[in-house]
Write a protein that binds this ligand. Sequence first.
Ligand code: SRM
Ligand code: SF4
Length: 512
Amino acid sequence: MPSVESGETKTLNKFEKFKAEKDGLDVKDELEHFARIGWEAVDKTDLEHRLKWLGIFYRPVTPGKFMLRMRTPNGILTSQQLHVLAEIVQRYGTDGSADITTRQNIQLRGIRLEDIPDIFQQLHSVGMTSMQSGMDNVRNITGSPVAGIDVDELIDTRELVKQVQDMITNKGEGNYAFTNLPRKFNIAIEGGRDNSVHAEINDIAFVPAYKDGQLGFNVLVGGFFSAKRCEAAIPLNAWVPPNQEVVNLSRAILTVYRDKGLRANRQKSRLMWLIDELGIDNFRQLVEEELAATLSEAAAKDEIDWEKHDHIGVYKQKQARLNYVGLHIPVGRLQAEDMFDLSRLAEVYGSGEVRLTVEQNAIVANIPDENLELFLAEPLLQKFAIAPQALERALVSCTGAQFCKFALVETKNRALALSKELDGELEISHPVRIHWTGCPNSCGQPQVADIGLMGTKVRKDGKTVEGVDLYMGGKVGKDAQLGTCVQKGIPCEDLLPVLRKILITDFGAKVK
Ligand code: SRM
Ligand code: SF4
């Protein structure tokens, strides 16, 4: 079937073909069958692609051991949910683990396809879903990790994030209206002052802004990273109040993207390419037509006026005598016993709520003053510190070669080892945000980091070795800006002295 784009007729790419043949969501009804026949017998396209519509990721690096990507709206989990996730991971022994992701979400590893029907029932029983979390769908919707408890919060986004997710996924049951987008799609709804969600790198971002004295959101569109191009989001010149209009506008933008988005070349299918093609004013007009309403013009300025917080440590909540405590989870990796423990701690000392951050860390919320001392003495806080060293504290890493076939380098373990070594050598007065990403897809967001490291292959002494391209200048919080590549092709084995020098010259580090 040909599609018309920019006046040209092009043949559908293989992704558009298989989506047209059978919607990804259709495999939902085949899970029992897949479980019976075993993963080796599943049709290749169902196995490698369509299952991702349900959050089930075949891992070519570890065949038969799948990754399950959840949805965690606003990054909030109950202790009961975390306990269930821990039980799921536990049954896979040393194959089982979980990762907190750069979208404030959690992914489970080691999953066997034959267990999926049972796992989905378990998830359903605690109100969780993995629906539409991969491929050409809307990813986990992010919000401030301290929504509803932040002393300085402007808008509590928890309910809005949930409503947008429910609209897109039909309350987690799956929604054919949005299962055939031209490409992946990211939404963030920020309610705080510090841009905790990296609004600028989302396809739609709602950021707090006052219009005529009323608090609502300015809307940004088109932010994204890809191997080919990275762009910060641009203003849609629209303002919405913090209510159903956020859901309606999200639906309208998604509908325009679904119906008009470019589909011939997958490298040019993200929303910004459509905005380029139409012009932002025409795009806005199409959105208004879809809404059947006139959009309010944007407020003159937004309220993102703080530097970004990392939420690690102990903080007073807006509720009297309650505290939240941010724990540093090294590169976001969790084992089953950590998850059981975290769930228990949240239950015993707090209200049972655990929150995830885009820095791949966790927050235990609602801890009364009188429980704080005992909480802080818990052995788990030796492992998940509240005052980690400066480099480890701000370290972020994508999955990398251990589980991802796109990876050009090993990331998480290497990132952690290097940071520990440099923390040992150097005195650094403030955290330096180092982000690792295993390939140009940029899942680890090197462009938002003080120092970003993107995996590549490098020639050294006649051999191909693992290396990185170095990014610098990423600015987060207010006036966020994307960093750029400043040096290409550093072999990983030569990276330590390069980083040491940068930390000393650019970030004021001193040799101990
Ligand atoms: Fe990503 C593909 C992991 C956040 C851009 N990403 C992948 C896949 C699914 C590739 C694959 O099948 O192996 C990776 C799964 C590896 C695994 O086993 O974990 C993967 N992406 C991740 C996570 C887990 C990285 C992490 O360690 O935290 C993040 C999961 C977020 C979530 O909960 O949904 C993750 N990915 C991101 C982000 C960051 C963000 O959203 O803020 C980006 C850049 C922002 C963006 O998308 O605009 C990102 N991932 C990509 C891309 C490039 C997209 C493009 O338009 O070209 C791909 C490749 C693709 O989609 O074709 C990709
Ligand atoms: Fe995999 Fe590349 Fe994404 Fe890292 S950046 S998770 S290596 S796709």
